[in-house]
Design a binder for this molecule. Sequence first.
Ligand SMILES: [Zn+2]
Length: 253
Amino acid sequence: MIFDTHAHYDDSKFEEDQTETIERQFAGGVSGILNCATCLENIPETLKLCKKYERMYAALGIHPSDCYRYKSLDESLSELERIISDNDVRALGEIGLDYHYDFSPKEKQLPYFEEQLKLAEKLGLPAVIHDREAHGDVFDRLRSFKGTAIIHSCSESAETVRQLCRMGHYVSFSGSVTFKNANSVREAARVVPDELLLVETDSPYMAPIPHRGSRNESLNIRYIVDVLAETRGDSPEHIERITEENAKRLFKI
Ligand SMILES: [Zn+2]
């Protein structure tokens, strides 16, 4: 069974056929999905899906590209904390830093990331980390973080991954591990210990080869599992089993 640790089924790309798409995932061998909200505005849709589907779980947070929406850090984060304490939430995220897009300036992203890491510590929730072209700053912040992080759609080097794993953080691989030019991602996938390995879609984005460029869904994780198995010298069944066990332990399922 597959556990998808990062998806956005609330995305408008599922507007037309959301119900049948989600039902197809669970019917086809997906045992759990962590749906990640990215701002206060799309939290209600994530919570609605998680109430509707027993095996869909919520991660709530403010994404680096979305923090431009808010005037006050204190107000938006106390609203986030209030919603989390009123609902069944299994992780804080996605949060992090994105220096590829400049939707929100770096000076705005940093305090949102730092304060949400503190919130994850306070609430005892794992933090789902988005890191795009911000490896140094993300790594620095995680060094002083006392909770558990999940590096989502890993793009860090094998050496950084080794250090993050030594700190007890989990590393999640998306469709990018299947891309032809992604040797460095596959190298990183080789150094993650069994007990810290996770898989994800980042659906509707990041579809793996052979579906690259199309709308992604959790069942496509089988292609990621195959590449991880080959890269790590394990069987696909082993990768499926350990990644599912890890997700269930991490999200208290
Ligand atoms: Zn995402």
